[in-house]
Design a protein around this ligand. Sequence first.
Ligand SMILES: [Zn+2]
Length: 173
Amino acid sequence: MVSLPQQALDEPGAWHAGDLLILRKSAALPDRCVRCNAPSQKRLPMKYSWHHPGYYALLLLGLIPYVVVALAVSDRAAVSVPLCELHMRTFGRWRLAGLGLLLVSVLLIFGGMKYHLGAAVILPGFVVMFLALVLVLVAKNFLVPRKIDHSYVWLKRAAAPFLASLPAGPSLL
Ligand SMILES: [Zn+2]
């Protein structure tokens, strides 16, 4: 029988430091909704990526240099996020609205180009596409990465009762 190191048994996998939720990448969050702390039966698989904010300076050189470097230097984390029935439904509605708008925008842009309908159809298509992206971002913003490294993920915006239910610990920032 393999015995775990004592430190791994003692150290909690998830804790809070102020309004930050800190999670060991190998650990799981408890079965309570991160938005209201109600019991949760379902989990939403979320992927987060983060890089040092200094890399945004590369945007001065253009979008492509920034994207190439950001893809290379970003740390990523997959987190299985517990949500209650209500907040899972809310997330589903926002995401569905975002995907619906995305479909409308694609129809306007590509339909407008294919049938030569002109700027009056194509330009609103880009506005609708922007709104769709905003909706998808809003749907996902109940947890936002503050930092990610090779072992831990730091998340902002978890509900105060959920944070209070976790042990307090060091921020490690
Ligand atoms: Zn909830």
